[in-house]
Design a protein. Sequence first.
Length: 167
Amino acid sequence: MIKKRLLTTVIIGVAILFIAAGIYAKIVPDIIELNDPAYAKHKKGIVKFTHGKHQSEYAKEYPEFYKNNCGECHHDKDNKPLTGLKEGDDVEKCIECHKIPSEVPKKLKKEWRKKKISKDEKKKKKMEYHAEAFHENCRGCHKKFNKKYKPKKAPTTCAKCHPKKKK
């Protein structure tokens, strides 16, 4: 009798855990507007990232670009892929590490050229800028894709990702 009661209690406990996990798990929207409140204003239209398409459709069609699953886009502070992520897991917002809400100012880029800083140092400094980190991640992947597949379908220009701003 005690064993039966214990077994029933364990089964109910496990069921409650699964239900709680299901309730707690976040639903990731198919389309994510990349509109971080850290920006006072945006110079270009807001990108609508098709997370659902990338996560399911593209990942199945082009698995060589998704070897690290979520880790292809989501990484740690050392730029190592977060390979253990599952859809719905909490991830830090990009602005937590790429803290400057803009692209590198042209004036600063000129300064870097004058000082002739190394490519590695320049890349490290660029990654402090939120928009640069996104561009590096997204455009970098899209360029690799376009190099491998013809016709070039992945967008790499401003206008292809940033819609015209409404006036």
